[in-house]
Design a protein around this ligand. Structure first.
Ligand code: NAD
Length: 267
């Protein structure tokens, strides 16, 4: 299937986890990929981020499935890096059809114990970063009179979660951005939706569990639990949802919150 032949997908947080899986899924379906990732350790939240080797590996993997990738090591909080990456993508590929605002961090902490640094890092990466990237991509899409933006929120963007209030606040903010951008951009033929996964089998999940001194399965078991009998979903499950939401099959879907939650929110 080549649902995205001739299209270009700009994906943040693409070095590993859901971003990488989505980049490969787009590439398999004919899209060229611009992969942006901080690709260095971050003191907060303290688990493993993507690496330059991950980006190199992704470039090769995209080539292996018959497409082309351009990669950027940069922080979504850094407007200069974001701007340069968007400009280089347009210079190389000529357009940007899809923006997957996926880069994000997660960390535990009770509200009264969080530091301001933790709060600011969470908001700056998960919310401001998504806006900084969109701010540069939107004019490209407006000029094309076409494009789709997907924000990777979370079930934490649709419910409360103890010890995750700053994370949940950042993910609810993405829900607000999604709905507001959908209103602003509909006249330009641009759709905006968010995806809301339950726990996903990624380095984030492994890293958060390790910081708790637990295995990912133990963390899944202590939470409310998915309705379907799985501890988590796979990054490819999120990728499949993102591709659907970016495809012509969903051409009249905008402003929507799409859950990939194995039924968790229904419990
Ligand atoms: N893993 C889960 O259980 C889960 C569930 C729901 C939603 N999410 C969300 O999905 C998104 C992807 O998560 P994941 O599970 O693949 O996480 P991950 O930590 O495995 O991967 C995230 C990627 O983002 C990059 N990144 C982090 N901060 C960045 C920054 N400031 N600038 C640029 N790149 C940065 C990392 O280097 C990494 O490659 C996140 O927004 C996360 O909040 C995750």
């Amino acid at each position: 299937m080549t649902r995205f032949h001739g299209q270009v997908a700009f994906i943040t947080g693409a070095a590993h986890g859901q971003g990488r899986a989505t980049a490969l899924a787009f590439a398999r379906e004919g899209a060229r990929v611009a992969a942006f990732d901080v690709a260095r350790p971050l003191a907060y939240p303290g688990y493993t981020m993507g690496s330059p080797d991950d980006l190199t590996g992704l470039e090769a993997a995209v080539r292996d499935v018959g497409s082309e990738a351009i990669t950027f090591a940069g922080d979504v909080r850094d407007d200069a890096a974001v701007t340069a990456a968007v400009e280089a993508t347009v210079a190389r590929f000529g357009r940007i059809d899809v923006l997957f605002n996926n880069a994000g961090i997660c960390a535990y902490g009770l509200a009264h114990e969080l530091t301001e640094e933790a709060w600011d890092a969470m908001m700056d990466i998960n919310v401001k970063g998504a806006w900084l990237v969109a701010r540069r991509v939107i004019p490209v899409m407006i000029a094309q009179r076409a494009g789709v933006i997907i924000n990777n929120s979370s079930i934490a963007g649709l419910r409360g979660m103890g010890r995750l209030s700053h994370y949940a606040a950042s993910k609810w903010a993405l829900t607000g951005l999604t709905k507001s951008w959908a209103i602003e951009l509909a006249p330009h033929g641009i759709r905006v939706n968010s995806v809301h996964p339950t726990g996903v089998n990624t380095p984030m999940n492994d890293g958060l569990a390790a910081l708790e001194g637990l295995t990912p399965r133990e963390v899944a078991e202590r939470s409310a639990g998915n309705l379907l009998p799985v501890p988590w979903v796979e990054p490819e499950d999120v990728a499949a949802a993102v591709l659907f939401l970016c495809s012509a099959e969903s051409r009249y879907v905008t402003g929507t919150q799409y859950v990939i939650d194995a039924g968790l929110l229904t419990r």
